[in-house]
Design a binder for this molecule. Structure first.
Ligand SMILES: C[S@@+](CC[C@H](N)C(=O)[O-])C[C@H]1O[C@@H](n2cnc3c(N)ncnc32)[C@H](O)[C@@H]1O
Length: 334
């Protein structure tokens, strides 16, 4: 259902046709003072760094499409106070580029480590920072969405209340009950607080990478985030793009949900590892071999690399010139 492209997201976005994408779901490198393995702009330079990407994202989106941006907070160096960079970014996205803020979401990750250690675990003057923002933005004021596609199970409390209401309406008490409250709508409307950890050490992807000596991506989405927004904001067959794809959690969740997808990532190693998500048999074989359970198995890093690798540029953008030799290298179909 999709294709992964290795290269700079800005160049690849520029090579993507205008108005062709239904949902951009992404988590760019956050602004950090300590550089991570994949490089991060500092909070001071973050808005200037990100705006060119965001401008292109707006161009490639359909007028009623959506842009979901996951971004973590940051601290002021040497001070127990917070940086405002993500709020500055949000304001610039809306005021400078003309995005509309459809809604803020919060990702509660109970497995998050207590940091910065100096303020949280040593001096004990701040608490654990367990929430990250997801800004749901859109080029227009009325992005397509349908919350009936993401209903959750009714809570015990809600079930109890409904039961009580139904009982009461059966008696001639005169008590007025809103009709809508009695309906079983197939589930509860979810809130904008999404909960889940990203320590999916048990996944085939993670264990397959380890078995093959490949580094699993260090900052993966939990599957629930791309799954939720893909279901909420797109329909089967529509196109989901992650321009900072990492291990391509967005792509695999889109694939499972029958959506088309595109993934851009500048680090080839991360994209090579992401293939294990799409060909779980390769991961299973590598894991079995590493345990000595399938001594005849021959899965190697090279085999994973060669799996479905071809060259090219985003569909409908064949004129785009790769900036580096690896740029435009891709795998996938559709
Ligand atoms: C926070 S990670 C995304 C992880 C991803 N959500 C996942 O589930 O694996 C950000 C990714 O952006 C990539 N990246 C940073 N700058 C980029 C650029 N200019 N073009 C393409 N990818 C870039 C990094 O290599 C990194 O893998």
């Amino acid at each position: 259902m999709g294709r992964a492209y290795c290269g700079d997201a800005l160049r690849l976005l520029q090579a993507t046709p205008a108005g062709s994408v239904d949902l951009v779901m992404t988590s760019p490198p956050y602004a950090l003072h300590i550089k991570k393995a994949y490089g991060n702009a500092s909070p001071e330079e973050y808005v200037a760094w990100f705006l060119p990407f965001a401008r292109e994202i707006k161009r490639v989106l359909k007028p009623d499409g959506s842009f979901v941006l996951n971004i973590g907070g940051s601290w002021t160096p040497k001070q127990p106070t917070r940086s405002l960079y993500h709020f500055r970014l949000l304001i610039a996205l809306c005021d400078t580029l003309g995005y509309h803020l459809a809604q803020e979401f919060f990702w509660y990750n109970p497995a998050k480590m207590p940091a910065p250690a100096e303020w949280v675990t040593v001096r004990r003057v701040r608490v654990k920072d367990s929430v990250e923002y997801l800004f749901w933005l859109a080029p227009g004021p009325t992005p397509r969405a349908d919350n009936t596609r993401v209903l959750t199970a009714y809570s015990k409390e809600m079930q109890r209340l409904r039961r009580r209401v139904l009982e009461r309406t059966m008696r001639p008490s005169g008590h007025k009950i809103r009709e809508s409250f009695k309906n079983d709508n197939g589930g509860a409307i979810p809130s904008n607080l999404l909960q889940g950890g990203n320590n999916e050490a048990s996944t085939l992807y993670f264990r397959g990478c380890k078995a093959l000596g490949m580094k699993p991506h260090p900052a993966r989405f939990p599957a629930l985030l791309p799954k939720f927004f893909t279901e909420f904001l797109t329909e089967p067959g529509e196109l989901v793009l992650d321009p900072f794809a990492g291990s391509n959690t967005t792509g695999i969740e889109a694939e499972k949900l029958g959506r088309r997808w595109m993934a851009f990532e500048e680090n080839q190693e991360y994209l090579e590892g992401s293939k294990l998500r799409f060909w779980p048999a390769l991961a299973e074989e590598a894991i079995a071999r590493s345990r000595g359970e399938a001594p005849g198995a021959k899965v190697t890093k090279t085999q994973v690399r060669e799996k479905a690798s071809v060259s090219g540029a985003p569909r409908g953008a064949e004129k785009a010139q790769p900036a580096r030799a690896s740029q435009g290298k891709l795998f996938g179909e559709g």
